[in-house]
Design a protein around this ligand. Structure first.
Ligand code: PXG
Length: 703
């Protein structure tokens, strides 16, 4: 019974594994038997060596095989192997660890409650938040809000606090009074938005949910600073400060689940410290003991602790092994190693930046959509095609193949959806980071050969073009969309698969256009916009970001000529107004949307110059000046953005059958003019990601 095959079979016969399809495991002849560990390396029963880039399960911060920790456990077992902390007793390591944790965690977190796992810590937090509000005389504050893909553990309450739907399906969860909002997963949720815009949008989702539920019913919001098991989701700058503000404004407790981020993962003792927030409660586990002993803790902030101390009477909660002396002694010694070896500074100043730099080199790989990291935790997202982005479908297969490939090559990472995720021990060397990146690249190459990805991607792109939906997945903003050419262009882009946001002065006028688009199966949103008001233009990106997750195409159809009369005084005014609206408004629009368009993999701008002057005796010099100005503007912007994926073009629509044209040329018979729909094809062509043209003014050709 000692060789690896026998152990694997024995295990498969009697052991049901967590997060594993046990039938497949059995069929495969049982699990890999890990036999030994030293530093960042593991050995299986056959003597194969692996670099453990996942630090066990995100926990072995100080690496394997530390004699010092074995000695501490040994000594503590000999002195006092166990005693409880229930009935006014404690042990020396437990008392010391509580004090040490109060010292290491942010100000105001001064009390610890010990548990044996992160799940129990979060379960404890769920109870405590409700207990706290009941003691405060507000028992109706019960709802705990978490986030999609949040992982807080495997107990009933911890699952309910999280957002892993596969866990909820088993056991009829979530429990009542748990709710959740979107995760700040920019890569999947809003790749086309600039960080700043998305940070605000993702955080505002909390305020929105609190408003819907009623702040009177919400007890707490729980978040991992960086979501680990969900796919190493790193929030954009500004997200957590906004979240903290929202929690305070609504009197909702802020809970940080630091199970992965704590103890140096981000180069700080906690992720809360890294993001500059002061949570009311905090869950700690994993790195607390580097996995050498099962131990976890809830750090309780003064606001909650004082209420518990003053009015809580008996705390009816605890586990036999809460504050276990051996586990506590090992945790203290582990923390001492982190301090002594300067592992926080090492992550912050050395291996963290080195990992980030090496990881970025993978972004030139044809199936790497993003390589991201923060401190010493990272992820590489795989895509079938980068520009425009096409995801692998169904998700989860290619990354799993890469992970297996890497494991065969001796590097252990984890796959989550189409992301490869890793968090090596904090003692990993530059050479080990190099190996992680080299083996990952080789495995990606191997997989590309296997799935013959380029051919498939081209087929996908062709299929998109053939069915006429070349703008599938794109988002377009069309100004002046309530009538005429703007309305026609919006409808045409929607038919090509784009989601369109329609902007114009009057929402009522826009509704009819939006409804017509929706009736034919298109997607449309509307927003009021007054192009003569700079504040209205400046507010537009925020309003657009509230509705859509990206912006790829801006059709600035804004050329409106002011009333122009023949007299000398009016001429000056007319100049002013024409330039103000045609030129300034377009300039402001470009400036306002530059960040969002830059975040798109194929930002497209189309400036439309007017086909008509609205007056009985149009002042053609003002009109011509505005047109020339617009062209200069688009050329200047195209030159500025030449080295980016943004393309900027103009369309001169010529004479079309529009209301504006009719009022400018009342003597003209509209029936002799082409309808605006006939001019739309060029807008689709200029909008596609494949269009490479920039800086051109394209006349409409009607055939
Ligand atoms: N919170 C967070 C943030 C975690 O990552 C827990 C709580 C639960 O801790 P315990 O000790 O009860 O497991 C975790 C655990 C994965 C994976 O698939 C991640 C965890 C556990 C199991 C699998 O990446 N994290």
């Amino acid at each position: 019974m000692t060789d690896e095959t026998d152990l694997g079979r024995l295990d498969a016969a009697h052991h049901l594994h967590p997060f594993t399809d046990n039938r497949i495991l059995k069929e495969a002849g049982g699990p890999l038997v890990i036999a030994a560990g030293k530093g960042c390396d593991l050995w299986d029963e056959n003597g194969h060596q692996y670099f453990d880039a996942l630090a066990g399960l995100w926990c072995v911060a100080v690496g394997y095989g530390r004699r010092e920790l074995a000695d501490v456990a040994h000594e503590q077992i000999e002195r006092l192997a166990y005693y409880n902390t229930f009935f006014r007793t404690t042990t020396a390591p437990t008392a010391r660890l509580a004090a040490k944790l109060a010292e290491l965690t942010p100000d105001g977190l001064n009390h610890a409650i010990f548990t044996n796992s992160g799940s129990e810590a979060n379960d404890t937090i769920a109870r405590l938040t409700r207990h706290f509000w009941a003691l405060e005389g507000r028992p109706e504050k019960r709802v705990i809000i978490g986030r999609d893909l949040g992982y807080h553990g495997s107990t009933l309450a911890a699952i309910s606090m999280g957002g892993i739907t596969s866990m909820m399906e088993q056991g009829g969860l979530p429990l009542p009074d748990f709710d959740r909002i979107e995760a700040p997963y920019k890569f999947l949720n809003a790749p086309g938005l600039p960080d700043k815009v998305y940070a605000r949008k993702a955080a505002r989702a909390l305020q929105k949910r609190i408003d819907e539920l009623g702040a009177d019913t919400v007890a707490a919001f729980v978040a991992e600073p960086i979501q680990g098991a969900g796919g190493v989701i790193i929030p954009p700058d500004g997200y957590f400060s906004e979240i903290e503000k929202i929690c305070r404004a609504n009197d909702v407790l802020l809970v940080a689940d630091e199970v992965i981020c704590g103890f140096g993962r981000l180069g700080t003792w906690t992720g809360s410290e890294y993001f500059g927030i002061k949570p009311d409660m905090m869950a700690l586990a994993k790195g607390l003991s580097s996995g050498y002993q099962p131990i976890a803790a809830v750090m309780v902030g003064d606001r909650v602790a004082n209420v518990l101390l003053e009015r809580g009477r008996d705390l009816s909660h605890g586990f036999t092994y809460s504050g276990h002396p051996v586990a506590a002694a090992v945790a203290l010694a582990n923390i001492e190693i982190i301090e002594r070896e300067g592992l926080l500074a090492r992550v912050r100043d050395d291996i963290g930046p080195y990992l980030a730099e090496r990881l970025k080199t993978l972004e030139d790989h044809p199936i790497v959509g993003e390589a991201r990291s923060c401190g010493f935790i990272g992820a590489v997202e795989l895509v079938r095609q980068k520009k425009p982005r096409v995801a692998f479908h169904p998700p989860g297969i290619v990354a799993a193949v890469v992970r297996d490939q890497m494991q065969s090559a001796g590097v252990i990472v984890r796959s989550v959806g189409e992301a490869l995720v890793f968090a090596p021990p904090l003692i990993a060397t530059h050479a080990q980071i190099d190996r992680l990146v080299t083996v990952m690249r080789a495995s990606l190459d191997e997989v590309v050969r296997k799935v013959n990805h380029t051919v498939q991607a081209e087929l996908a792109a062709d299929a998109m073009l053939q069915n006429g939906r070349s703008l599938e997945g794109r988002v377009a903003l069309v100004t002046g969309a309530s009538r005429g050419l703007g309305a026609a262009v919006a409808g045409r882009l929607a038919r090509a698969g784009a989601k369109v946001v329609l902007a114009a002065r009057s929402l009522t006028d826009l509704d009819a256009v939006a409804n017509a688009i929706r009736e034919t199966g298109g997607e449309a949103e509307t927003v009021a916009l007054d192009l003569s008001d700079p504040a209205s233009i400046e507010a537009l990106p925020g309003q657009v970001a509230d509705m859509v997750d990206r912006l790829d195409i801006l059709v600035a159809n804004a050329a409106i000529l002011g009333p122009i009369g023949p007299t000398a005084e009016q001429e000056t005014e007319a100049w002013g107004e024409t330039i103000a609206i045609d030129l300034n408004a377009n300039f402001r629009l470009l400036r306002a949307f530059h960040d969002m368009l830059s975040a798109s993999d194929a930002g497209r701008v189309i400036l439309v110059s007017s086909g008509a002057a609205r007056a009985e005796l149009a002042d053609w010099s003002a009109y011509a000046a505005a047109k020339a100005g617009l062209e200069a503007l688009l050329r200047a912007y195209a030159a500025e953005t030449a080295n980016s994926p943004i393309r900027v073009n103009g369309v001169d629509p010529g004479a079309l059958r529009t209301g504006m044209r009719a009022s400018a040329f009342p003597e003209e018979d509209p029936e002799t003019l082409p309808i605006p729909e006939r001019a739309c094809e060029v807008f689709v062509q200029l909008s596609t990601p494949m269009c490479k043209l920039t800086g051109a003014v394209v006349p409409v050709s009607i055939d």
